[in-house]
Design a protein around this ligand. Structure first.
Ligand code: GDP
Length: 300
């Protein structure tokens, strides 16, 4: 992932300078924290996240664990690593499955965020684990969206439930409800609901997504966000949290040259875990998100 290149380089440089010192004075710690702060802001990390992060690092770096350490600089790096894992959500969070199938997974997000592609990726991943996912096409907003999901489903080798012409066309809530009923009848153990997105957040879109959520009572609502949108990520995520609420986040386009701020802000700002990282247009370009591995990648 190229995403964290610059941030990673800047932090590495900061720590290289720090390692040249033996004991650390409060001024050394402050200087380091200032550099970390600048590097995070330049990577488009949201200001409240930067503030909280640097305050936590500073407090710990000035405390006993660093004073007593054999290698104080290394201890500071360890603290930064711990705190990074913290803002990325702490422990890895796996998908939750329903006790009584089908498990319903609803996808939400802006148009172009990568929802439909992720629906195919998720179906493929779940099939590899022996599940029998059904993709339900509830994006009836864009003329081509159902076709696009059909293509993705075919590539993933998954079954799709889409509205028949004249039957529920234009009513995504009905399609969602009927799709879940169909999955139950046909013994699909997982339902993945693809919903409509707009270019920007709007009330109608939110209401539609909230109505689908209400009608299908999903086990997971995954908010798919394009890592490339930088500073806008936080506001978009908050709008979706207020409008639909979600149980987890999918970061998409992490293969791009975004500066990484979205990835570093969204979990912390929403309090929802990042569950998957999408890293390309192919259906295999996806991986579970591990906060600790991501932190190491940034600090390596
Ligand atoms: P939707 O409107 O939210 O359903 O978004 P789509 O799934 O149609 O994706 C929009 C565009 O982004 C398509 O051209 C996808 O091929 C592309 N895309 C989706 N996910 C990724 C990703 O992880 N990396 C890259 N580079 N492109 C992606």
């Amino acid at each position: 992932m190229a995403t964290f290149g610059t941030l990673s380089d800047r932090l590495t440089e900061t720590f290289r300078n720090l390692r040249k010192k033996g004991q650390l004075t409060p001024a050394d710690v402050d200087g380091t924290v200032r550099e970390i702060r600048r590097a995070l802001l330049d990577a488009d990390v949201a200001l409240p996240v930067v503030k909280e992060f640097t305050a936590a690092v500073r407090e710990r770096a000035l405390g006993d664990e660093v004073n007593r350490a054999l290698n104080p600089a290394q201890q500071v790096v360890q603290i930064v690593n711990d705190e990074l894992i913290g803002i990325l959500g702490g422990q890895q969070r796996r998908l939750e499955f329903a006790k009584n199938p089908p498990t319903v997974i609803m996808l939400a997000g802006l148009q172009g965020s990568g929802k439909t592609t992720f629906a195919g990726k998720l179906a493929k991943m779940l099939e590899k684990d022996g599940h029998t996912p059904l993709l339900v096409a509830c994006d009836l907003q864009r003329p081509n969206a159902v076709n696009q999901l059909q293509v993705v489903a075919e590539r993933a080798g998954a079954t799709i439930y889409a509205p028949e012409p004249g039957n529920g066309v234009g009513d995504p809530v009905k399609v969602a409800r009927d799709g879940v009923a169909y999955a139950t009848r046909q013994q699909h153990d997982i339902v993945i609901i693809d919903t409509a997105g707009r270019l920007g957040v709007d009330a109608e879109l939110m209401k539609q997504a909230a109505d689908i959520r209400h009608a299908t009572n999903p086990d997971e609502v995954l908010f798919v966000i394009d890592a490339m949108i930088g500073q806008d990520a936080v506001n978009t995520a908050k709008a979706f949290q207020d409008g639909v609420d979600f149980t987890g986040v999918v970061l998409s386009k992490l293969d791009g040259d975004a500066r990484g701020g979205a990835a570093l802000s969204v979990a912390s700002v929403t309090g929802r875990p990042i569950i998957f990282a999408s890293t390309g247009e192919g259906l295999d370009d996806v991986e579970p998100f591990y906060p600790d591995r991501m932190a190491s990648r940034i600090l390596d």
